[in-house]
Ligand binder design. Structure first.
Ligand SMILES: [Zn+2]
Length: 531
């Protein structure tokens, strides 16, 4: 028969006094609570208080044990001398702020100094010594929503305040680490491709032994994000002021030019800050979406939902993007799939990249599909240029002209449509221009517009899924009113958003938090400064 703690008697209880007090306080408050809600709130608060007190007590107890031992230096093996005073520290955990005191030890031989208790707890410098599960939730909240809102929600959920400063620092530190490690992996894999290209195009014998995906969709698209270069934050000139300054400089230059005698107009002299307003602007965000046919589920009669996806988004050079896409293709088994269907618009560089990364082989079918909506929009532009869209009659004429052609394209008769476009004799030069552009576009992409054949084989013909990725993964967090990003800051955030959207947040967080510190953390500092 075991003896319970209470049976030992209050004087000899193994529980420390402050824990018993906390428990008793919770008990009294719970007895006084009448409604169920009040009861739950009281118990929840009490449990947190109890937990924080228990952790602090355990830690102080461990430090006391460390003081009693003779510690050896982990570097040189010499005897460690302990400081007399014990220093106080506060660590954030999901239970709340835990404050404890610990002893600092110093090696007599090599001068190495450490808090041995902290070393035992395997605290991470990247997380500023706070606990992993706390940092993971703060970073997740601030990945899903803006920093201020994320901190508000965190306070609501866990009952204590976390500063936006800390939340931002943790989020960007993890994001930057993720970005750096992914970029490094992508570079490594790219180097391997150049050395041994056959790795990514296995022999038929090897392929037969592999589990290969049946049908994989790859969708790509670009969108824009606002960027601001130069000084930011308190004391930095407002964007509005910068624009005003730039305009003023231009106006002055024009006036000066008018006053002067004939000759070449002088170049306007810009104030130094105004140059930022000029440099500042929009940059391309490239996005990639990969999912398997098996990941599609019929959510209603004419809607299919993607259950599992891999999302990738990046701001930077085309070379970096190529390496990142290569990494994603490799990890998601696109290279070894039986059938790869690429859906994209006519955007710059997309089809060239597909040609480079995914050449057709006897063991892999690659089907290129031009996004249906983009194809249709070209026809609508021509229709508006020919028939006009100002009056109701014009709009009706435009619809009447476009619809039959759209039906033809949908039925796969692109050659017929191009022929009809060629026969047109538009009156205005703008209309002639639009017609010519449309003919060029359709001729370029004719092979990617076999829509009736695609539909017969059950392929998706719209890249709406990747366009919605732009909306809910990228723009919903990075393109909110007044938001301006630096390249380092946005890439850190995009990496976190992509991990979250690809349902890989936990594993990516653990990998980033546990990994070794990067040799150069200058870009992390840059991200922190700019975001
Ligand atoms: Zn030492």
């Amino acid at each position: 028969m075991s003896v319970s703690h209470t049976a030992v008697g209050r004087d000899k209880s193994v529980l420390p006094e402050n824990l018993i007090q906390s428990l008793e306080q919770m008990w009294t408050e719970a007895l006084a609570a009448t409604t169920l809600t009040a009861l739950v709130v009281v118990v929840l608060k009490g449990v947190r208080r109890l937990g924080v007190a228990a952790i602090a007590h355990v830690l102080e107890e461990r430090d006391r044990q460390l003081r009693a031992q003779e510690l050896r230096c982990p570097k040189c093996g010499g005897v460690m001398r302990r400081d007399k005073s014990r220093r106080k520290v506060t660590r954030m955990t999901l239970l709340g702020k835990v404050t404890y005191r610990r002893t600092s030890f110093c090696c007599r031989g090599c001068g190495h100094r450490e808090f041995s208790l902290d070393e035992q707890l395997s605290l991470k410098e990247l997380l500023r010594g706070h606990s992993d599960e706390f940092a993971k939730d703060v970073v997740l909240f601030c990945t899903v929503m803006p920093f201020g809102k994320g901190c508000d929600l965190f306070t609501r959920c866990y009952g204590f305040v976390v500063s936006t400063h800390l939340a931002r620092a943790l989020t960007l530190a993890i994001g930057t680490r993720l970005y750096q490690s992914e970029m490094a992996r992508a570079k490594e894999l790219w180097a391997l491709r150049e050395r041994r290209p056959e790795t990514f195009l296995p022999l038929p014998a090897t392929l037969r032994q592999m589990t290969r995906h049946q049908r994989v969709y790859v969708m790509m698209d670009n969108s824009k994000l606002g960027f601001q270069e130069g000084k930011r934050g308190r004391g930095a000139p407002q964007l509005k002021t910068l624009r005003k300054l730039a305009q003023q400089a231009k106006r002055q230059a024009v006036r000066a030019a008018k006053r002067q005698k004939p000759g070449p107009a002088p170049v306007p002299v810009m104030p130094a800050e105004a140059a930022f307003a000029e440099a500042d602007g929009w940059k391309d965000v490239r996005a990639l979406l990969i999912f398997r046919e098996a990941d599609l589920a019929q959510s209603s009669k004419d809607r299919r939902e993607i259950l599992h996806r891999r999302v990738l988004a990046h701001v930077g050079s085309q070379a970096e993007w190529l390496q990142l896409v290569h990494l994603a293709f490799h990890e998601e088994g696109v290279y070894t799939a039986h059938e790869v269907i690429v859906v994209a618009d006519g955007g710059n560089g997309i089809w060239e990249m597909v040609d480079e990364l995914l050449p057709k082989t006897t063991f892999r079918t690659v089907i290129e599909v031009l996004d249906w909506c983009h194809a249709a929009s070209h026809l609508w532009t021509v229709g508006r240029a020919l028939k006009g869209c100002k009056t109701e009659a014009q709009r009706k004429a435009c619809i009447a002209w476009v619809m039959p052609l759209l039906d033809d394209i949908f039925a796969g008769k692109v050659a017929n449509v191009v022929q009809r476009l060629r026969k047109l004799a538009p009156e205005s030069t703008t209309a002639a221009d639009e017609v010519r552009k449309c003919i060029d576009y359709f001729t370029d992409h004719q092979g990617r517009m076999r829509y009736s054949w695609f539909r017969k084989h059950g392929y998706l013909i719209g890249s709406g899924a990747v366009e919605s990725v732009h909306n809910w993964v990228i723009q919903a967090r990075c393109r909110l009113p007044g938001m301006r990003w630096s390249e380092a800051g946005v890439n850190a955030m995009l990496r976190l958003r992509c991990a979250w959207a690809s349902s890989r947040f936990d594993e990516e967080f653990t990998r980033a938090a546990g990994g070794a510190a990067p040799a150069d953390d200058s870009s992390q500092r840059e991200a922190l400064r700019a975001a």
